[in-house]
Design a protein. Sequence first.
Length: 78
Amino acid sequence: MRGEHEPAQLVIHNDDDTPDEFVIGLLRQVFGKTEREAIALITQIEQKEKAVCGPYRNPSRKRFSSRPSNMSGSASIL
């Protein structure tokens, strides 16, 4: 994690186990992306093997980092 006052970024990596539908739902429900934005990120993940969302500032950062780990799939918060 970065310093407490620095914005956080979510890096989503491509993998063969996590369904696109799950990632789209996560992006929409947790990170407030529109369907169009979520699909664009999925396309970028498939083409470049990863995508970055953010930056997220406090208190959003604290809310995201306290989510249950079973929702994380192939994502990491930096």
